[in-house]
Ligand binder design. Sequence first.
Ligand code: SF4
Length: 226
Amino acid sequence: MADLLDRTEVEEVFRILSEAMPGRTRTAKGPKGQPDAFRSCISCMLSAQSLDRNTATAARALFALATTPEAMLELADEDIAAAIKPCGLYNMKTRNIRAFCETLIAAHGGRVPETREGLMALPGIGRKCADIVLSFTFGADVIAVDTHVHRVCNRIGLAKAKTADVTASQLEARAPDWALRDGHFWLIQFGKRVCTSRAPKCEKCPVSRLCLWYARHGTREQGEAS
Ligand code: SF4
């Protein structure tokens, strides 16, 4: 059996998901709901290994103190750490925030670059953060890949990759152009509602006839799906 769906099948999966899922969330919060690229980057850094509500609490507290790289560098490490404590790993994240702001000012005059390469060259910014900023702040047609999108894509056969970053590259190469704008939303909603981490709802799944995981495992191992 093939490891990946062919392009016609990939397009069919996106067509089905575009009809079955609600689409773009207008009230996105966290890194996706920030008013500018700087705050989106910082919020994304805060979100690492943190629940959405804790990230939001930390971001609110930090942005009450500073909303520009220059103002952020005026803060003491202890003040940054205290503000972002709710999202965990606060000492490491404080170091990343400081390094990010210093590099942003030194290399870009404080302006967040609008390319993936430029974003990923900044301390603390990986592919997922870069793609979220590109998509949600700069309006680029990019499918940002988080843990839900990574899982769903690899189960269905849209991608075959061990890491979310490789899944993102494969999606970029294989998804139809028309799906790049809102594909992130369809996949993430599908991953939360249907193709859940444990016990995916294969019996009610609109793409089960195309899904490679389902073709291999059927319903026998749903509770152990990876
Ligand atoms: S058939 Fe099951 S594993 Fe495949 S996409 Fe649907 S819910 Fe996920």
